[in-house]
Design a protein around this ligand. Structure first.
Ligand code: ADP
Ligand code: MG
Length: 682
């Protein structure tokens, strides 16, 4: 920013040592810190016309006392005082609790200002504040600040006013006039003054609008500068292949690509052809057909004379992917290999030799794929399935091996666009937002837990038709131990219930990886018909014969997570069902269950989830790398976020931005954050 961040608050007339110490405890040290200690809410004393007031809303009105107040005591200390007040053409009742002394002060026909909660049905205001004078026009919206023990909100207000008087005119504006004019944004000085001392609501709204844009733009500038730097510093490869060969490949698939698949294939192959290193996130709901897209991209890199690697989180998935990729790619003479922990000894050595010699074109496997022992002849493309399991660390491993392949991250967790461009701002994002035609929608039902018996009968019926079922156990926040216990309990109940008829398997986080693989295998070959599991089953397993998903305590899961679980069924031709067992207490909880029954669209769900739970909860406790904005709200201000992103991208890639005087302050800001110098930021 400018110099105000270097000037101590002690230079403000009225702030002495003692106050400064208190403010410093709140991390307010410089004048800038103080000026940017924004109110977290406002007390609204704007005069209200009762005709416009909503029920239960807080109102401030001016009126004339119309009746002698009557006072009732309950017990010694508690009392109620009521009187009639004439407000314009309304005659309303004012009730005040535990303030008996007002009785002697109120006189008939006296003009007073009353603030309180408006009960529209009873035409009554429950008093919060009373002023024995007509309503005063100035300062109708009072800022409320967060504060610490010894400092009152009033004191903070005073210090900020002092700071504004003394230093307000020195507030610099990072946003150049050109941008401010484009969106009719207030100058920063005006906006700071307004946010602390708003004249009215529309004024406040304008100030807020300016800060929302500023916060988003600065954040996106960092992201885009980082992205540009990464592009320029990591030499990518321009992969050369004929698009017509890819078209020929897709034409011989058993189905035509959806339009969404075609679009993302184009986005991905354009990246591969470009001299930059691809860093792209591919989002597509469960079943939207990401594997085919991966196959096309892998084929492209092979056509360009390189090798491709597909990395997945578990061995079972690796086997499944290797199988489906071979089925597609072997027709075009692409050799697919599978590398997992189970490939050992001589077989492993031979596989590694083939990879090094370039006799294998596409290698599928777990993390082992990018470890030291694996040497590629020429690695052109790395695809990872389930993006959050492939971190910065692994990307570094690749770079250190001297490989600079294009990288594509695939995820089936639909992330609302607003979050995607914030959390993954330095990546490009492709979205498959269309399902292949003719998919049977999974039927979802929400039932109370006391219907369990009926549900088990239904499971029984499906099983006797040769199908299989998942049962997901109650989730106990913070306690893996209790999760496991729940799973064990449910498992033994079901073993008892289906004794002599069906095999019930058990899966939870305490099993070793080998045990998990074993259970999954038994389920996938139908030796086990019912799989009881904690949420560990979530990650992309494919058992097309499973048609029923029962989820205990469904209200405890996020909508996106429920959707992921639901996506385990509906993978074959048969009609599938998802049953949510839930007794939600809150209205929001009920609404969430209803939404689940109404839509199968993961993006719709993720947007609703975001609205209902907020961005903090969205990624769960572990992944809270989301930026914190002082004023902007990613959900409500998403339009501004999109605009800021576009502007930031344009700016960072323009010459003017790096040269013109008008962008000097923004450039210094970027320098100060370190993204230009090569630091990564969170
Ligand atoms: P996911 O995105 O969950 O990884 P998959 O790639 O596993 O989805 O595809 C799910 C199923 O849909 C597979 O059986 C696949 O063959 C089929 N599929 C993919 N694309 C299409 C399409 N365009 N038309 C019809 N079926 C398709
Ligand atoms: Mg998949």
């Amino acid at each position: 920013m400018n110099e105000l961040n270097k000037i101590s608050i002690k230079t403000i007339k009225g702030i002495g040592e003692e106050t400064a110490t208190l403010l410093e405890e709140m991390k307010i040290q410089s004048v800038q810190d103080l000026l940017e200690h924004f109110p977290y809410r406002y007390e609204d004393y704007e005069l209200k016309d009762l005709a416009d007031a909503k029920h239960d809303e807080k109102v401030t009105v001016e009126g004339k006392v119309h009746s002698v107040p009557s006072l009732t005591y309950y017990g010694k200390k508690r009392s109620r005082l009521t009187f009639r007040l004439l407000v314009g053409r309304y005659l309303v009742t004012v009730t005040c609790f535990n303030r008996p002394y007002y009785k002697s002060k109120l006189e008939i026909d006296q003009t007073v200002t009353v603030t309180g909660k408006w009960d529209q049905h009873r035409q009554t205001i429950t008093l919060q504040e009373l002023q024995f004078s007509p309503f005063k026009k100035n300062q109708t919206i009072e800022p409320v600040y967060s504060t610490k023990a010894a400092l009152t909100v009033k004191a903070i207000r005073k210090f900020i006013t002092l700071a504004l008087n003394q230093y307000g005119s020195q507030i610099e504006d990072m946003l150049p006039l050109s941008l401010r004019n484009r969106y009719k944004l207030m100058a920063r000085e005006d906006a700071v003054r307004t946010i602390h001392l708003p004249r009215d609501h529309s004024d406040l709204k304008q100030a807020r609008r300016r800060f929302v844009y500023e916060e988003f733009l600065l954040f996106q500038l960092k992201m885009q500068a980082l992205r540009k730097r990464e592009r320029e510093e990591t030499a990518g490869m321009s992969q050369v292949f004929q698009s017509s060969d890819l078209v020929e490949f897709t034409n011989q698939l058993p189905f035509p690509l959806t339009n969404a698949q075609k679009r993302v294939v184009n986005e991905i192959t354009a990246d591969m052809k470009s001299p930059y290193r691809m860093n792209r996130l591919l989002q597509g709901d469960v079943g939207s057909g990401k594997t085919v897209v991966a196959a096309v991209a892998l084929y492209a890199t092979v056509l360009a004379g390189h090798q491709g690697a597909l990395m997945v989180p578990t061995e079972i998935l690796a086997e499944q992917h290797a199988e489906s990729l071979s089925a597609m790619l072997e027709k075009v003479q692409v050799r697919v290999g599978l590398l997992t922990g189970s490939v050992k000894g001589k077989a492993r050595r031979e596989l590694l030799r083939q990879v090094q010699a370039g006799e294998i074109d596409v290698l599928v496997g777990t993390h082992a794929l990018i470890q030291d022992e694996v040497v590629y002849k020429s690695l052109g493309l790395v695809i990872t399935d389930e993006q959050h399991r492939f971190g910065v660390g692994q990307r570094r491993v690749l770079r250190e091996k001297g490989e600079s392949p294009d990288v594509l991250f695939m995820t089936a967790t639909p992330i609302p666009r607003t979050l995607a461009i914030t959390a993954f701002g330095e990546m490009d994002v492709s979205i498959i937002d269309e399902m292949p035609a003719g998919r049977k929608a999974i039927e979802t039902y929400w039932v109370k837990h006391d219907m369990l018996e009926r549900i088990l009968q239904f499971v029984q019926k499906e099983l006797s038709e040769g199908r299989q079922a998942y049962v997901i156990c109650p989730l106990i926040e913070e306690s893996e131990k209790l999760d496991v216990q729940n799973a064990i309990d449910v498992h033994s109940t079901l073993v008892q219930y289906f004794k002599g008829q069906w095999n019930v398997g058990l899966m939870h986080g305490r099993l070793t990886p080998d045990e998990k693989e074993e259970v999954m295998k038994e389920f996938s070959v139908n030796n086990v018909q019912i799989l009881v599991s904690t949420t560990v089953v979530e990650v992309g397993v494919n058992v097309p014969n499973a048609t029923v998903m029962v989820i205990y305590d469904a209200e405890r899961f996020g909508l996106s997570q429920l959707h992921q679980l639901r996506g385990r069924v509906g993978r074959g031709d048969a009609q599938s069902y998802c049953i949510l067992l839930a007794d939600p207490k809150s209205e929001v909880g009920k609404e969430r269950m209803n939404i689940m029954t109404e839509t199968n669209d993961g993006f719709v769900l993720s947007e609703r989830d975001l609205e209902l739970r907020g961005p903090g909860d969205f990624f769960g406790r572990k992944q809270s790398g989301m930026p914190e904005f002082k004023i902007a709200d990613m959900v409500h201000d998403y339009r501004a976020l999109e605009v800021a992103r576009t502007d930031a991208t344009e700016l960072v890639n323009s010459e003017a931005f790096w040269q013109d005087e008008q962008y000097q302050l923004m450039r210094s800001y970027l320098e100060a954050t370190g993204v230009l110098a090569g630091e990564k930021f969170d």
